[in-house]
Design a protein around this ligand. Structure first.
Ligand SMILES: [Zn+2]
Length: 72
């Protein structure tokens, strides 16, 4: 994936929305969503939870729209 050169960002990827949506947190119109990876840090060793996941953020307020474990 080519890195963008114009900003130092905290998100790992940006996904365009097929149609724009309104952020439930800041009410901004979103044309895209940002994705940040979740990496498991501390875990009970009996845990069967996935090691990775991701968080989907609003690009305007950085509010968490959704978080998912596994799937990467
Ligand atoms: Zn927002």
């Amino acid at each position: 994936m080519p890195a963008t050169t114009d900003s130092v960002s905290t998100f790992e990827a940006e996904y365009l929305l097929e149609s724009s949506l309104t952020c439930p947190k800041c009410s901004a119109e979103m044309g895209s969503l940002q994705v940040v990876r979740l990496l498991r840090d501390k875990v009970n060793f009996t845990s069967t939870l996935p090691r990775k996941g991701y968080v989907i953020l609003c690009p305007s307020c950085k509010g968490i729209i959704s978080a998912t474990l596994g799937g990467i």
